[in-house]
Design a protein around this ligand. Structure first.
Ligand code: AOS
Ligand code: ZN
Ligand code: ZN
Length: 386
């Protein structure tokens, strides 16, 4: 049987990185339903992120997005974060909102546009130096909408050339995390559409280049846990952008649409040593109709619950059943863990961390939501849907 103390210890050291953009107003291309009290600048995003970490105890870092979180003094921003128990996390580049990038950024046919995109990526690495961030996350909206629009192969050559230049700029302790996405905003080809393309480029670049699995970036029905197991086995899983989807890249609260899939993914992470192998567990979500901070707290709790269930799988019994070809027995071992109500266990973990066992209720009782509405008038967020 799984040693409960070890499970609790793993749950206490788990870290989920929250995205700065999830605290601000964002939405879909159809509408951003602005909410009162949202952050007006990166500092207020960090103040909100500190609430998530205060009540969950496992959200100590915040991913930044450049230019949405550009500031004059990153040292001051890092200090502000540390004073609230946080650290600045992954730096997310943005080569998808400048008019020049309409036909692509580092895959663009025009070398001048590629240079502009690369200069932005190199600026992001400069910011990593200033914030002490380990990871640069690269998601490229680059692609085409019509057959014949551009040369598929040449775009891969341009991509490889650009990635190599950024890779060479990275410091010894820095990484680039290349994120793939099946489609959107390009609708015919996307230049990094799947795990195989991302993996092939990262393999050529070297060990500081790793793949990011965004759980909303696959065709419906894709077996994501197979991709996770394979990338872990190849030591090329840099991290996750966790969210939920019903149909596309919906960016809903992780675990809300398919908690069983999240459990299967995290089982493969636990099976492949992913909780200790430098895998970044990031959220990448946009909360358009639900209150932001509670939605992020819920997301963190969903990751915790799926992790707890994954860690409770009786590996010895599973291995025996698998070796014996006991199909129903092996499945039952996994389902027993998945069907375990881990909320009491997580309540104990939180109490042992000196936290309220009910993070959501504790946040609601804290009065923070009312405070920020009163203090922050005219919240805005340059970013999704802005
Ligand atoms: C876009 O769909 C991708 O999920 C990106 O990872 C993400 O939204 C972006 O990094 C935000 O900056
Ligand atoms: Zn993402
Ligand atoms: Zn996405």
């Amino acid at each position: 049987m799984t040693e409960l103390a070890a499970v609790k210890a793993a749950l206490k050291t788990q870290a989920v990185e929250t995205p700065s953009w999830a605290y601000g107003n964002s939405g879909t291309r159809f509408k951003v339903f602005a909410q009162q009290g949202v952050p007006r600048d990166p500092y207020e995003k960090l103040a909100d992120a500190a609430q998530v970490h205060e009540f969950t105890g496992v959200a100590p870092t915040v991913a930044l997005h450049i230019p949405w979180d550009k500031v004059e003094d990153y040292g001051a921003l890092a200090k502000y974060a540390e004073e609230r128990g946080l650290k600045l996390g992954t730096i997310n580049s943005n080569t998808f909102q400048d008019d020049a990038f309409k036909l692509g950024s580092i895959c663009h046919a025009d070398p001048a546009v590629r240079r502009k995109a690369l200069d932005h990526l190199l600026e992001c690495v400069d910011i990593m130096d200033a914030t002490g961030s380990r990871d640069l996350k690269l998601w490229f909206a680059d692609g085409t909408n019509y057959p014949g629009q551009d040369d598929i192969r040449e775009r891969q050559d341009r991509l490889a050339e650009g990635l190599a230049e950024v890779y060479d700029r990275l410091g010894d302790d820095q990484r680039m995390l290349l994120e793939y996405k099946l489609f959107e905003p390009a609708f015919y080809t996307t230049d990094v559409p799947d795990w195989g393309t991302a993996y092939a480029h990262c393999l050529k670049l070297g060990e500081k280049a790793q793949v990011v699995v965004d759980t909303g970036h696959h065709a419906p029905g894709t077996n994501i846990e197979f991709i996770v197991a394979t990338l872990l086995r190849e030591r090329k899983l840099g991290g996750f952008d966790f969210n939920s989807r019903f149909y596309a890249d919906d960016d809903l609260m992780v675990g809300a649409a398919d908690p069983f899939q999240l459990f299967r993914i995290l089982y493969e992470v636990s099976r492949g040593g992913g909780f200790t192998a430098g895998v970044a567990f990031m959220l990448d979500q946009c909360h358009n109709i639900e209150a932001k901070i509670p939605a992020i707290i819920r997301s963190v709790m969903n990751v915790q619950e799926a992790t707890a269930k994954a860690l409770l799988v009786d590996r010895e019994a599973l291995a025996v059943a698998q070796r014996e070809g006991d199909v129903l027995g092996a499945n039952a071992v996994l389902m027993d863990a998945y069907n375990t109500d881990v909320r009491p266990l997580l309540g104990e973990v939180r109490e042992e961390l000196g936290l309220d066992p009910d993070p959501m209720g504790a946040y609601r009782r804290s009065g923070w939501a009312e405070k920020i509405v009163e203090e922050r008038v005219g919240g805005t967020q340059a970013g999704w849907g802005a």
